[in-house]
Design a protein around this ligand. Sequence first.
Ligand SMILES: NC(=O)c1ccc[n+]([C@@H]2O[C@H](COP(=O)([O-])OP(=O)(O)OC[C@H]3O[C@@H](n4cnc5c(N)ncnc54)[C@H](OP(=O)(O)O)[C@@H]3O)[C@@H](O)[C@H]2O)c1
Length: 280
Amino acid sequence: MKDLLLNDNNTTPQIGFGTYKATEDEGIQSVKNALKAGYRLLDTAAKYENEVAVGKGIKASGVPRSEIVVTTKLWREDLGYESAKKELEESLRRLDLDYIDLYLIHWPANARNYDDWQKTNADTWRAMEEMQTEGKIKSIGVSNFWKEHLEALFRTANVIPAANQIEFHPGYWQPDLTEFCKKHGILIESWSPLARGKVFGNDTLQKIAHNHSKSVAQVCLRWILQHDVIVIPKSTTPERINENIDIFDFTLSDKEMDQIDNLPEMGFSGELPNIWPDRL
Ligand SMILES: NC(=O)c1ccc[n+]([C@@H]2O[C@H](COP(=O)([O-])OP(=O)(O)OC[C@H]3O[C@@H](n4cnc5c(N)ncnc54)[C@H](OP(=O)(O)O)[C@@H]3O)[C@@H](O)[C@H]2O)c1
């Protein structure tokens, strides 16, 4: 497993562990299991209401804090300069940590939800830049930002986002946005890499999985790795936690990569940065 270099010279493992929908109890145990299985990147968010569990899971694992890259996110109803500062403190308190490795704006302010969405994102970002300088955050990034949100942010930002976490799985992988981010040195992180199971019945994926004696889930994750994208599958099932990190002993051919790249749209969550959710 290789680490990837962020544009601020910090590094991140390429595979991490997602925690969306993991409850408090599941969260502690699954984080412990994930760290035991070798994951060293954890993904949570204020909105998931499981930061306390993630923090407890880290402590219970016995893995030194310095070896773990912890990501959490600022929810879209809490955007703004003062609010971002307050919310980071809340996340630190819930996680019981004194710094966050990667702090993301979970969803951009957009024209439907904020009167002046560019200013809201810019003010939030300025707060994040300051908290990075203070050492409370190592890397700052965004999530679900489209080109229009990034271009607006670039006009006032002093720091280019280190990462953009977006929906990215076979059947919906936003290649234009991925290319744009790569051009600007922004690492892409894939959320819902398994499309929450919605792509498992696809024939092409099943055939490729069969050829490599791997599961469809492993093929999805491997395809993402080979795009140089960070991947954060979620599972609270111990066998699947192990299965999802067991993807370093096979390689998809160029032809297989191409076949997966060109699958028809499937598994899309329906969550669009400009129209979801409809209102605050
Ligand atoms: N930034 C954002 O807006 C955003 C949005 C969505 C997600 N995320 C992040 O990305 C992470 C991953 O996305 P996700 O949780 O939406 O979806 P996902 O990882 O694509 O899928 C998770 C689902 O797949 C199941 N699963 C996991 N591994 C499996 C395997 N090997 N075989 C069969 N089923 C398997 C899990 O079940 P069990 O748990 O029951 O095993 C769970 O129901 C999240 O947890 C969260 O951290 C971020």
